[in-house]
Each structure stands twice: as C-alpha cells, then as structure tokens.
Design a protein around this ligand. Structure first.
Ligand code: SF4
Length: 199
C-alpha cells in the first residue's frame, strides 16, 4: 500500500491514539488480527441484511437508492475507504440529487468526535466519486437500533484534510507520536507489547 494513502479508519484511530496509526503504517507487518475485529466485521455483514428491510425514514428520507460496501479512493484527498451504506436521493441520475452516507457502529456509547470525523471522510470521498453533494451522514448504532445524524459542516471537512496532513507528516518523519492522555485505551490495545513506556 502507498504509505501516503491513508485508510479512513486511520483518521478515527488518530483521534483516539495516534501511535496506533503510526504503527500500522511504519510497522505494517506486526498488526495482529484480534477477535474483536473479526466480531465487528461479522456484525456489519449481518446488519446489511437488516438494512434492506429497514425503512429509509430511519435516515429522515422518504425515497433513496441504497448502495452497500462501496470502495473509494481519492488521490486528491490521500484517502481510501469502504462505506457501509451510501444512499443516493432520490437516485444518482436525478437532477438536484444528493447523497447520504451511513456508518454502522457496534456500540451503545455516545458518538464521539472520532466517529464524526470518520463519517465526514466518507462523505468527502462519496462526494468526489459520485459528484453529488453530501450534507448529511448518519451513524447507526446496532445494539440500540438508533441512528444519529451528523451534519457535514465546513469545520468537519477541514478537520478531515488537516488530520490527513498531520498523519502523513508523522509517517514521513518516522517520529513515534506521544501516547494518548487516556491510558485506559491501552488496556485492550493490540499494540500494547510495543509500548513499553506506557504499560
Ligand atoms: S498501547 Fe496505548 S499508547 Fe500504545 S498504541 Fe496502544 S493505545 Fe496507543
């Protein structure tokens, strides 16, 4: 993988612990696949089946065309990623069409800024690939069957590009970032054995 092309999930992770992203890119061979990751992928697959039966009203829509698991790449943004769900409203070919992006999360917890940043990054990729405006994203919380609306604001868009620039600079410099202030994140981290300074 081109080291300067980031995964959208890198942006979310950067907000939680920058060091995880640094390890992923600078030591790509060491990342273990944990049970938690496999469990998350399986839940996403199951959710797709439920989504086909779910009303679009969940996302404040009366009409729309659902597209699952779209892969995106943007040289311009320096990003690649795969959306859980993209909805063209009312469809991709209509005049004045727009698009909405939906991310599934297997959590009951409050949707934090790291997840909003991830949704905004998908929105920018979708906008570029489909050539349609994306003003709204949603996070669907699987355990509690709740969708939270995320406004794709100018500030959030700027955060996406600023974060990409910051991550690329850290990778190019090869200087390991500082650990997060919340060391609770380290308890179940798959990179724990590499962080002798914090655990
Ligand atoms: S152990 Fe802590 S500091 Fe090290 S990568 Fe994991 S979360 Fe970050």
């Amino acid at each position: 993988m081109d080291p300067l092309t980031l995964e959208v999930t890198d942006l979310r992770q950067w907000r939680m612990c920058a060091r995880v992203v640094w390890y992923r890119h600078c030591l790509p061979a060491v990342r273990p696949i944990t049970d938690l990751m496999l469990h998350g992928k399986e839940h996403h697959r199951q959710e797709e089946g439920r989504e086909e039966r779910r009303s679009l009203r969940t996302y404040g829509l009366s009409v729309g065309e659902r597209h699952f698991n779209l892969s995106f790449f943007s040289e311009h943004l320096g990003l690649r990623g795969r959306t859980d769900l993209a909805i063209a409203v009312p469809d991709r070919n209509s005049p004045n069409a727009e698009a909405v992006v939906v991310e599934y999360k297997d959590t009951e917890q409050r949707i934090g800024p790291h997840i909003k940043l991830q949704v905004a990054a998908y929105a920018l990729l979708l906008e570029e690939q489909w050539g349609l405006p994306v003003r709204t994203g949603w996070v669907y919380q699987i355990p509690i069957r709740r969708a939270e609306r995320i406004a794709i604001t100018a500030a959030l868009r700027r955060q996406v590009t600023d974060t990409v620039t910051a991550i690329q600079a850290a990778i190019n410099s090869e200087a390991m970032p500082a650990p997060p202030s919340d060391r609770g994140l380290c308890v179940n981290c798959e990179f724990r054995r590499f962080c002798n300074d914090v655990v």
